[in-house]
Design a protein around this ligand. Structure first.
Ligand code: HEM
Length: 345
C-alpha cells in the first residue's frame, strides 16, 4: 500500500469514527423531519446538489414536496419551495427562522456576531439594528446625502453624453458600479474611494469568499484541514480589511472636533461619536458600543450597499434604455428619469 493510499485510508477511518461518535444516540427524542432523500454518512445529501443546486433542489422538491428535509454535511436543512410554505417560514413563524446560519466567513470577515447582518435574532440584534436604523439609515440622514448623489449622477450623465457624442462604446454596468462605489464610500467614509487602501479588491475577494460553498460550514471537523484553502484566504482578507478600517478610523479620530462640523454626517464619524455609549439606554441589557462594533457595522454597510444598489441601478439604466429605443421617452425625459431613478435609490 502506497503512503498516499494509507493516509487516505487512515483519514477516512478517523472521519467515519468521529461521525459515528457524533451521531445523536436517542432517535426517539429527535424531532420528526419532513420527507426527504436518504443521506450518506459525513456528506449527507451534499453529493445530490451537483453543479446547478437550484435545479437539483427543484427536481428533489417535485418528488418530496414543498417542505422537504436534507442534510448538508452535518447541517439539518429544510428546503421550502412553494409560496404558501414560504409564507409559513418567512411570515407566520418568522421569528423562529430569523437567525442566519453560523458561517466561517462571518467569523473571519465580519467580526463574528458583533455587527448586524450575521447576529442571531434576539436582544443584541434588536439593539444593534435599532442603532443602525436610527443613527445611520433614517430618512433624514439618507436625504442629507442627496446633493452628493446628485453631483455623482450628474457627472456620470455628462461623461455618458460626451462618450455618445464621440460615438464611443461605454461599459455602462462598469460605470454604474463605479458610481455606486463612489457614493457608498462618500456616505460611509465621508470621502471618495481611495487608491491608498484598495478597498475594492478586498471587498471583491470578500464577496467571492462569502459566495463560495465552504465544506467547513457543513462538516465542521474537516474545517481544520482547510481542504479548499478558503480559511486561509478568509484570514488573509479579514486581516487586510481590518488594517484598512483601522487606518480609516484613525484618520477620522485625528480630525480635531472643530473641523468635524461639515463631516459629521458620514457613517464613521457618526459611529465614533457614539463610541463607549450604550446601544440603547432604555433596554435592560446594556450593550456598550465598542471599536469592533463600529468596524463590524461598517463592513455590514459596505457589503449591504456595494452589490445590491449597483445591480438595481444597472437594472434601472437598462429598462430606461429599452424604453428609449422603443421611442417611449425623449432624450431630456430620459436623462431626467435615469438621474432621478438612480439618485432616489
Ligand atoms: C436596492 C438596494 C438594496 C436591496 C435590494 C437590499 C436588500 C436587502 C435584503 C433582502 C436584506 C435581507 C433582509 C432580511 O434578511 O430580513 C438586506 C439586509 C441588509 N441590508 Fe440591504 N438592500 C439594499 C441596499 C442596502 C444599502 C444601501 C445598505 C447600507 C447602506 C444596506 C444594508 C443592509 C444591512 C446592514 C442588512 C442586514 C440587516 C439585518 O440583518 O438586520 N442595504 N438588504
Amino acid at each position: 500500500m502506497s503512503p498516499l493510499t494509507l493516509a487516505i485510508f487512515l483519514l477516512l477511518s478517523i472521519l467515519t469514527f468521529i461521525h459515528i461518535l457524533s451521531r445523536p444516540k436517542d432517535h426517539k427524542n429527535q424531532p420528526k423531519l419532513p420527507p426527504g432523500p436518504r443521506s450518506l454518512p459525513i456528506i449527507g445529501n451534499l453529493h445530490m446538489l451537483g453543479s446547478l443546486p437550484h435545479r437539483a433542489l427543484h427536481s428533489l422538491a417535485k418528488k418530496y414536496g414543498p417542505i422537504m428535509s436534507l442534510r448538508l454535511g452535518h447541517v439539518p436543512t429544510i428546503v421550502v419551495s412553494s409560496p404558501q410554505a414560504a409564507e409559513l417560514f418567512l411570515k407566520t413563524h418568522d421569528t423562529i427562522f430569523a437567525s442566519r446560519p453560523k458561517l466561517q466567513v462571518s467569523e473571519y470577515l465580519a467580526y463574528g456576531t458583533k455587527g448586524v447582518a450575521f447576529t442571531e435574532y434576539g436582544s443584541y440584534w434588536r439593539n444593534i439594528r435599532k442603532l443602525c436604523t436610527l443613527q445611520l439609515l433614517r430618512v433624514s440622514k439618507i436625504d442629507s446625502f442627496a446633493p452628493m448623489r446628485k453631483e455623482e449622477v450628474g457627472s456620470l450623465v455628462q461623461s455618458l453624453k460626451k462618450a455618445a457624442a464621440a460615438h464611443e462604446v461605454v461599459d455602462l454596468s462598469g460605470k454604474v458600479c463605479e458610481l455606486n462605489e463612489e457614493t457608498t464610500c462618500r456616505m460611509i467614509f465621508g470621502r471618495s474611494s481611495d487608491d491608498r487602501f484598495d478597498l475594492k479588491t478586498l471587498i471583491e475577494e470578500a464577496f467571492t469568499l462569502a459566495g463560495a460553498s465552504n465544506l467547513a460550514d457543513y462538516v465542521p471537523y474537516l474545517g481544520a484541514l482547510d481542504l479548499q484553502g478558503l480559511t486561509q484566504r478568509m484570514k488573509k482578507c479579514g486581516k487586510a480589511l481590518d488594517i484598512v478600517l483601522e487606518n480609516i478610523i484613525k484618520e477620522h479620530e485625528k480630525i480635531p472636533s472643530s473641523d468635524q462640523q461639515d463631516r459629521e454626517t458620514n457613517f464613521i464619524d457618526t459611529l465614533l461619536s457614539l463610541m463607549n455609549q450604550p446601544m440603547n439606554p432604555h433596554d435592560e441589557q446594556v450593550y456598550i458600543i465598542d471599536r469592533t462594533n463600529i468596524k463590524a457595522i461598517i463592513i455590514d454597510m459596505i457589503s449591504g450597499a456595494y452589490d445590491t444598489s449597483a445591480v438595481s441601478k444597472v437594472g434601472i439604466v437598462k429598462v430606461k434604455g429599452e424604453e428609449r429605443s422603443d421611442g417611449k421617452q425623449n432624450e431630456e425625459e430620459e436623462e431626467d428619469s435615469i438621474g432621478r431613478g438612480i439618485s432616489e435609490r
